[in-house]
Design a protein around this ligand. Structure first.
Ligand code: BV8
Length: 225
């Protein structure tokens, strides 16, 4: 039975009130990416980075999943074949909509990581660099988020899913960040049918067999049904 692999980006959480990155007024127009989303930025000013992610963690907690998240959770439940969801998002709205299997390739706001020993634990709502690591005791606490220049999580697993998909769908992503932006090319090369669901054309729109244009809360339920 057909295997569906889905990649989501910030656009699927936009109507839940969480900011996107590159739309007008987006996160990267308010913050300098180099300062808050790179290991170098964290080394320079860990407090600024924690402030940035503490604010996003609070926003994500206050947000509610929307009809697009719910539609994908229904698809995972009802589809006769396999559904694999890979998200670039660090919020937990897919999970809170009932999605069971979510691969967070860029990490999660609910995760904490020790920059010293690599231990992972559940993040407190407010995280500070001086918080001691529960494993090694070092004051080297960072968000469990993949920054620019860092290797995303689960890349081998994701690549295996992408090249074995019968259908690859990209939802709410501008297709500007690699390696995620390359998935559609691998899916095409492997013979999958590809579809893009997005508010407006993206960098990659020409790579897709089909496109559904509009807000995710309209086009995703329509596509799932
Ligand atoms: C890597 C976590 C190598 C942070 C993110 C120089 C140095 C180092 C690397 C590079 C470099 N130059 C280029 C690179 C590669 C770099 C990259 O791709 N840069 C880009 C900017 C050119 N990539 C990396 O660094 C990656 N790592 O390459 O490692 C390596 C190799 C070996 C060993 C070690 C390392 C890591 C990339 C991950 C960075 N972390 N996120 C955080 O979230 O704070 S990426 C960041 O962009 C976001 O988090 C998001 O995950 C990602 C993609 O953004 P989108 O989700 O697409 O959001 P965007 O706003 O762009 O678009 C929203 C879309 O939704 C729009 O199309 C809009 O139309 C649509 N939309 C809006 N509203 C709606 C909607 N659609 C539907 N409905 C709506 N209502």
């Amino acid at each position: 039975m057909r295997k569906i692999v889905i990649l989501t980006g910030a656009g699927i959480s936009a109507e839940s009130g969480l900011g996107t990155f590159r739309d007008v007024g987006g996160i990267w127009s308010q913050y300098d990416l180099e300062e808050v989303a790179t290991p170098e930025g964290f080394a320079r000013n860990p407090a600024l980075v924690h402030d940035f992610y503490n604010a996003r963690r609070a926003n994500a907690l206050a947000a509610e999943p929307n009809a697009a998240h719910a539609a994908l959770a229904r698809l995972e439940r009802d589809w006769q074949g396999e559904v694999v969801l890979v998200t670039q998002n660090i919020d937990d709205l897919h999970e809170r909509a009932g999605h069971q299997r979510v691969i967070h390739m860029h990490g999660e706001l609910t995760g904490a990581l020790c920059a010293q020993c690599g231990a992972h634990w559940t993040a407190p709502l407010v995280m500070r660099a001086e918080d001691p690591c529960p494993e090694c005791g070092e004051a080297a606490t960072r968000p469990d988020i993949v920054w620019f220049g860092e290797m995303p999580y689960d890349m081998d697993l994701i690549e295996r899913h992408v090249i074995s998909a019968d259908l690859f769908a990209a939802i709410g992503t501008s297709g500007q960040v690699f390696p995620a932006a390359g998935f559609v090319m691998h899916a095409n090369a492997a013979g999958a049918e590809t579809v893009e669901l997005n508010l407006e054309p993206s960098e990659l729109s020409g790579m897709f067999d089909r496109r559904f244009e509009g807000p995710a809360t309209e086009v995703v339920p329509g596509w799932v049904e």
